[in-house]
Design a protein around this ligand. Structure first.
Ligand SMILES: Cc1cc2nc3c(=O)[nH]c(=O)nc-3n(C[C@H](O)[C@H](O)[C@H](O)COP(=O)(O)O)c2cc1C
Length: 180
């Protein structure tokens, strides 16, 4: 599957099979995280691989009841190491790169997962304080996003987006200067 196909078929998966992920596939995906670009190559990240049943259940509670987090055999939590991040985004010395860096790495993961038949779903609706407590994340580390990882209940979930689900190209692209 080439990169265009991965991008095309990746969808947010919210129903998972109770089926383990082969270790070889999981390791391949973890190495995808490692390969991602980051500002000044700082790699200001740490990823928590959650497999523990009790913790998977507890995550649901801290994500407004998103039950698929307990269904999927694995969840990857992307943590940003603020102090290691590059500061100077857009010329602003106080703006750290960790959100962007983590987003790139996790997005690479979601695309590579789709190539292996594994579903993901970005989760931004989580209670960071509760997650920090549950996973022992230090105060100076920011949880940026997380995604479950597992086999979709319905294989047909891998499909191109519905046309109406995206803005039209001429609405989002402009040439040579910003146009409203
Ligand atoms: C930053 C971010 C946060 C998101 N948070 C959630 C979430 O908490 N729960 C959820 O079910 N989907 C979440 N999504 C998934 C979006 O709803 C989804 O990507 C969007 O509707 C497009 O659908 P698709 O991913 O199937 O193409 C999030 C996506 C992003 C990029």
């Amino acid at each position: 599957m080439d990169v265009f196909e991965c991008i095309n078929i990746r969808r947010s998966i919210r129903e998972y099979l109770d089926k383990p992920i082969p270790e070889e596939h999981l390791n391949r995906l973890l190495n995808v995280l490692r390969a991602a670009p980051s500002a000044a190559n700082r790699q200001p990240w740490k990823f928590i691989v959650v497999t523990d049943t009790e913790k998977r259940r507890a995550m649901v509670e801290h994500c407004g009841g998103q039950r698929f987090l307990a269904q999927a055999p694995v969840t990857i939590i992307g943590c940003g190491l603020t102090e290691q991040a590059w500061h100077g985004m857009g010329g602003n010395k106080t703006a750290g790169s960790e959100d962007v860096d983590l987003a790139i790495a996790l997005d690479h993961l979601t695309l590579a997962a789709a190539a292996l038949g594994l579903g993901t779903c970005w989760v931004g609706a989580f209670d960071e304080a509760c997650f920090k407590k549950l996973f022992n994340v230090p105060a100076n580390v920011k949880i940026v996003a997380l995604t479950p990882l597992g086999y979709p209940k319905d294989k047909a979930s891998f499909r191109a987006f519905a046309e109406e689900a995206r803005k039209a190209l001429d609405e989002i692209i402009c040439y040579d200067s910003y146009q409203k």
